[in-house]
Structures are given as C-alpha cells and as structure tokens.
Design a protein around this ligand. Structure first.
Ligand SMILES: Nc1ncnc2c1ncn2[C@@H]1O[C@H](COP(=O)(O)OP(=O)(O)OP(=O)(O)O)[C@@H](O)[C@H]1O
Length: 390
C-alpha cells in the first residue's frame, strides 16, 4: 500500500465531467492522477450507492490508494472530482461525521497509547472523550487501551485505525485494505461489522487486491487495473454473468435442448464431445425435463466458476507471476494473473468457494451494537484528514 502524500485538495475539474450534481452516495467522476510521466489513475468513473458495501479491487499498484486519497482530498487529482452526497469532500462541513477513513494503519504514533491516541482525535473532531473507550471496546482493543501503539501487531493497528475512523459516527467508511494483518477471527469480525454497518444504512467502500476477501461481504465491485476502470458491477450480476454450467450426456441432446427451450431455457449448446451444456438450470431440473421428453441421461457434471479466476483474467498483465510449472509443488493455488489474456466466461475452474471458512467471532463485541441511531452527533473535521485516518 502506498500512502498518499498530503497535498492541497482537488485539481482542476475535468472538462469532460458533466456539470450535473450527483445524488446520494459517493460519485467518482473522471478522476485522474499522474506522477511525472506515470499515469497512476486514468479518467476513473464509478459510484458507491448508499447502503452498499462496494469492494474496490485491483492488483498491486493499480491505483486504489491514489484514488481513495483523491476522493478524500489527500491527493490532488490531475483531473476530475469526487463527491459525497453530491458535495465535494473538501466542502463537507463536518467530514468526520460523514466519512470515516482508514488509509494507513501504520501511521499512528508508536509512542502513543491507544486510548490517548483516540482521545486526541475525539478532541480534534469535537466528540466526547468516552467515544474513545467505546470504540476501543467495539473493535476488541479494550483490554490493551493503555498499551503503546508501537507494541501493537499490524492487525491490532488495523482495529485501532477502524476505531479512529468510527469516532465521528460517520455514515460512510472508506477503508484501504483494512483486512491487512487481520487473523481469521479478525477478518470474520470485520466482515460482520461492515455488514451490520451497511444494514443500518451505512455505506462502505473497501479496497483490496484479493477478491476472496471481498466477495464474502461486498454486494458491489469496482475493479481497476493499471489505473483504468475494468468493471463496475453488482456481485449478483457478476455471478449471473459467470454462472455455472451443467454438462449432460444424453441419448438425444437436440431433443433435450428443444424441451428446455420450450420452457424458456434457451442457453443450452451441444458441445463438440456431444454433451449438452446448459446454463441457468439445475441438474435436477434438467433430469426432469429429460424424463418428460423421454431422453435418457448417461451422466451429468457441473462446472463451477471461480470468481477469483474471473478477476485475475480481468486484471491480467500487471506483475504477472511466473508460471506455476517452474516451481513444482510450490505454486499458487490459482493460475497466475498473466494466464488469461482476456476475461473468459468459463476459465478452468474446479470449485466455487463457499464463504464459510471462518467461525463467527466470540471475543469481539457484536457488530450489531453500532445501530444507525448512534449516528448524527455533531462534530468537527480532524485536521487535514478525510475523516480520522489514525
Ligand atoms: N506519491 C507518489 N509518487 C510517485 N508515484 C506514486 C505515488 N503514489 C503512488 N504512485 C504510483 O502510482 C501507482 C499506483 O499506486 P497505488 O498505491 O495507488 O496503487 P494500489 O492499487 O493502492 O497498490 P497496492 O495494492 O500495492 O497498495 C503505482 O505505480 C505507484 O508507484
């Protein structure tokens, strides 16, 4: 993660940006940023609707942190603008009440104690001191409130950064790789917390370069590569676009396809090996259609699509890993990013992961204790920050 340099907010608006004011939510309109002759972000447009958890995905160096920095007024855009509820971030009257941000968990002063660190922010944004203790308890750091931050692990610092971001009871959370360093329990807690935050009307933009981390919690995705927008989609649409296929070996594939088509299931194609590939119909239903049409089935198999491979295909080309075959027995679980030059609807996949791998957290406070009714306390912006960034 590259920390953005603090610079005066916002550059000259991109003349291509229409003058209409965006509505509720976050709107990124034509953001670009060049560093010397390197274009880190190029004419980026996307929205984060209110109440959503939007995953912001891209490989290392694709421009995520730079984009978030521009959105929050910490990096000056070369062009474009970003709005929160229709207002440029730097024009918000009480930014810490609107947007809480976690950009670099390591930036907190190592000599400060966690509680003192938060109390300084409480004073800066004008919220009562008690909020510091409450937020430490919320993120599971109550027991180490008086320890120095320098003794914290990266995961503990991530929790502290989130606590800092929450001090102002914001409606929006902008999080740059907040799961970095978190253990599985911490990941599960973060996921539960963000879901509860969104269920209560909050809005989350969360960056990562790991789709598996995001797909368990996000309902929308914005994917960038090399500073360009690659996809902006709901998880539902992405899954629909890359639905599993059922392959059936049948005595009369054409007759079965006709029977399926008569019921509106037109996405069925006879393969070169004679099998019928059907999208959008379960294997059980296909068997029922076959029985009705008096077609005998000799075998059925389901090809699941791994969304991570789809993501790798979309973002291929940047820092592609060496072919797995060069390191027998030590290769990554998935093909390297360079393997699929273009997104293919059905990359070779074995199993779609079911997000059940983490048990629900016990030792951390229940995320439900952050209801919407807590929001809306008056406060002031922290100095020079898009919400407290620790
Ligand atoms: N202050 C800077 N000066 C020069 N180049 C920069 C600066 N900040 C970022 N860059 C470059 O811009 C590109 C995008 O960097 P950025 O940190 O935004 O990517 P990222 O997607 O957040 O990466 P990661 O996932 O590794 O954190 C990189 O090539 C980076 O080297």
């Amino acid at each position: 993660m590259t920390a953005p340099s603090a610079q005066p907010p916002y550059g000259t608006p991109d003349p291509r940006v229409p003058s209409g004011t965006p509505g509720a939510g976050i709107a990124v309109q034509g953001l670009s940023r060049t560093f010397g002759d390197h274009t880190a972000v190029s004419n980026l447009w996307f929205t984060v609707p209110p109440g959503s958890i939007t995953g912001f995905l891209g490989p290392n160096g694709s421009g995520k942190t730079t984009t978030l920095g521009m959105m929050l007024g910490l990096v000056r855009p070369s062009a474009g603008n970003a709005f929160v509820d229709g207002v440029p971030f730097t024009s918000l009257q009480q930014p810490a009440q609107v947007v809480g941000a976690v950009l670099d968990a390591r930036s907190a002063h190592p000599k400060h104690r966690a509680l003192t660190h938060l109390q300084v922010y409480c004073a800066a944004i004008g919220v009562p001191d008690e909020r510091a203790r409450q937020m430490l308890d919320l993120v599971g750091l109550g027991a180490v409130a008086r320890r120095r931050i320098g003794e914290f692990s990266l995961g503990m610092r991530q929790r502290l950064a989130l606590a800092t971001a929450l001090l102002g009871q914001p409606r929006y959370l902008v999080l740059d790789e907040p799961a970095n360093g978190l253990d599985p329990e911490g990941m599960a807690w973060l996921r539960d917390f963000l879901r509860a935050f969104a269920a209560n009307g909050g809005t989350v933009l969360i960056s990562s370069h790991i789709l598996r981390e995001i797909e368990q919690m996000a309902d929308r995705l914005v994917i960038i590569a090399n500073g360009h927008l690659v996809a902006e989609t709901s998880m539902t649409d992405l899954r629909d676009a890359y639905r599993s296929r059922v392959f059936v070996a049948a005595s009369d594939p054409a007759r079965l396809a006709t029977a399926l088509a008569a019921a509106g299931h037109t996405d069925a194609q006879v393969q070169q090996d004679g099998r019928l590939a059907v999208v959008g119909v379960s294997a059980d239903r296909i068997a029922e259609f076959a029985a009705t049409a008096e077609v005998t089935l000799f075998g059925t198999s389901v090809e699941h699509v791994d969304l991570e491979q789809v993501y790798l295909a979309m973002t291929a080309g940047r820092y592609a890993a060496a072919p797995v075959a060069q390191y027998p027995g030590h290769g990554p679980h998935h093909p390297p990013g360079g393997q699929y030059p273009q997104a293919q609807q059905y990359p070779q996949s074995q199993q779609y992961p079911i997000p059940q791998q983490y048990p629900s957290a016990q030792q951390y406070p229940n995320a439900q204790q952050y209801p919407q009714s807590q929001w809306g306390q008056p406060n002031r912006p922290p100095t020079g920050q898009g919400g407290p960034t620790a």
